[in-house]
Design a protein around this ligand. Structure first.
Ligand code: KIV
Ligand code: ZN
Length: 549
């Protein structure tokens, strides 16, 4: 990293627990000394992952789960980006941000005064609200993107932070692309931000350039050079696969806020993963003495599944903590060891991260009341038309599958919740024929806003025929670039879980579908991807500004 090569940290980078900046941390999320503030940015940075487009209802659903998981902050969006973003942030501030034990709700803002005001309008109905002001400070960004001199950036920082501070005592400031910024200039900007009233200084490794010991040293330097009361925060991208390692190095060097995303989502290669950072702190107290989060770790797997379903981003099987293989043991020696004592090959108890699914006693004779009761116990809120559709899917499933698990219910309900009844295409009917003799053939009926369209097609296989028929029926041209099938649970009657990736006009989107029939799951996934494509196109037209990172 540029400009701070005279590292003064010791070889281990270890610092006393509870250290926050040069002071105790004045932000409202600072908590007791040693409390590590978990700032989740799945709905803002995570939503900037290529192909992800969440609507307001989906964002609300994720925010509710984050609240259940006990994160301290939910960065709900970038209100000035579009009217849709503004409304989604406002809805989250008004509902999730007002529950008892609610996380604080944060909105992102550029330094322009009108942006800051707009951000405040979106978040201020929450019980605790934060404005996160950012501006780029690296030579590359100042010259090529902002077209500003360092003096102008300094002035912008002062003005933006001071304006935010007029609205709230909880103001975060980020010098974007910090790890490629001249150290002296960064110190100047950070000192100006503190003077203007920033209570959290976030250090973004915007392009994932950091290496753990270097990033840790950077945090340590800032702590010793920038005077005042503030909480230091990390925001690490994963371009070199080191986002979690860099985040932890930052914590070891005294950062007391971590910015993270569920499943490590985020721009390009993503951000540090919520579940990895939280579990590393939990499992290795020897490395982080006195430091703790208040995250309810049993909710991590559920958060992961929910985000994966709503974004269409599958979780890799061997993903740490929340991957389906994270607790699977293949070799005989390992199985033997784990059966004798779990600690032989596992450092995390699967139940402690919610990876042990509960079996539920619902079957084909269960009524709507029992079904909605179960959903409520699972913490899934749905009513009206959403509940009706989910119940219909549940009944279809109960006809085909003997044992229905919590994961099955979650999969079908979330698929239904992800649909917009008015603007989305719905799958009304699917008929396929195929085999070793003759050409596979499919007939589909899709509807949109009450209008039904039927189409037929042949294909190389039944899935290809169904996809081609959907392409005709929706008249949305795209290329199939990815197809993945797995099962929600084990057993011969398990739900097939299909993820389809489409590309059109340079846009990549994914969609997910579940069914005991893999062809049906594929058709649902294909249609979900088409719907997402249409939504992103509409949103891109509406989006007024870009964050530029
Ligand atoms: O990566 C980045 O620099 C950001 C900032 C807005 C914090 O996301
Ligand atoms: Zn970022």
């Amino acid at each position: 990293m540029s400009g701070h090569s005279n590292s003064t940290h010791d070889a281990t980078g270890q610092v006393p627990a509870g250290a926050t900046g040069t002071g105790t941390g004045a932000g409202t999320g600072a908590g007791p000394p040693g409390h590590l503030v978990v700032f989740d940015t799945t709905l803002r940075d995570g939503e900037q992952s290529p192909g992800v487009s969440l609507d307001a209802a989906e964002k609300l659903e994720i925010a509710e789960q984050l609240a259940r998981a006990g994160v301290d902050y939910v960065e709900a969006g970038f209100p000035v980006a579009s009217q849709g973003d503004f409304e989604a942030v406002q809805a989250i501030a008004r509902s999730v941000g007002n529950a008892s034990d609610a996380p604080a709700i944060c909105g992102l803002s550029r330094t322009q005064l009108s942006d800051v005001d707009r951000c405040w309008d979106a978040v201020h109905d929450a019980r605790r609200a934060r404005i996160h002001v950012f501006i780029s400070t690296s030579p590359q960004h100042m010259e090529h993107m902002l077209k500003m001199t360092p003096a102008q950036v300094l002035a912008e920082t002062r003005a933006g932070v001071a304006r935010a501070r007029e609205h709230t005592a909880d103001v975060e400031f980020s010098p974007q692309d910090a790890t490629r910024t001249s150290f002296d200039f960064m110190l100047e900007v950070l000192a100006a931000a503190v003077e203007a009233g920033a209570t959290t200084l976030n250090i973004p490794d915007t392009v994932g350039y950091g290496i753990p010991w270097d990033f840790g040293a950077l945090i340590q330097h800032i702590r010793s050079e920038v005077a005042g009361e503030y909480v230091l925060s990390t925001h690490c991208h994963n371009d070199l696969g080191m986002a979690t390692a860099n985040t932890l190095a930052g914590v070891q060097a005294g950062a007391r806020q971590v910015e993270v995303c569920v499943n490590g989502l985020g721009e390009r290669a993503g951000n540090a993963a919520l579940e990895e950072v939280v579990m590393a702190i939990r499992i290795r107290p020897d490395q982080f003495p006195g430091v703790a989060t208040t995250v309810r770790t049993e909710e991590l797997a559920r958060a992961s599944r929910l985000v994966s379903r709503l974004t269409g981003y599958p979780v890799q099987f061997n993903k740490a903590v929340v991957g389906r293989n994270a607790f699977a043991h293949e070799s005989g020696i390992h199985q033997h060891g784990v059966l004798a004592d779990r600690s032989t090959y596992e450092i995390i108890d699967a139940a402690s991260v919610g990876q042990v699914g509960r079996q539920i006693v619902l079957g084909k004779h269960s009524g709507r009341h029992a079904f909605s009761d179960t959903l409520e116990k699972m913490g899934i809120k749905t009513q009206g038309e959403g509940l009706n559709r989910a119940f219909t899917r549940f009944k279809e499933l109960a006809d085909r599958k003997v044992e229905i698990s919590e994961a099955d219910i979650e999969a079908i309900v979330i698929e239904e919740l992800g649909q917009d009844l008015v603007d989305d295409f719905q799958l009304e009917a699917l008929e396929v024929s195929g085999g070793t003799v003759g050409m596979p053939h499919a007939r589909v009926v899709v509807s949109r806003a009450g209008d039904k369209v039927e189409a037929t097609s042949d294909g190389d296989g039944m899935i290809a025929a169904a996809s081609a028929a959907i392409r005709k029926a929706t008249a949305v041209e795209s290329q199939l670039i990815g197809f993945n099938v797995s099962s929600v649970t084990g057993g011969v009657d398990a739900l097939g879980d299909v993820v389809v990736q489409l590309e059109a006009d340079g846009l990549k989107v994914s969609g997910r579908g579940v069914s005991t029939d893999v062809v049906e799951a594929s058709a649902r996934a294909y249609l979900a991807a088409v719907n997402r494509l249409l939504r992103i196109r509409a949103r891109n037209q509406e989006r007024r500004i870009d964050t530029g990172f």
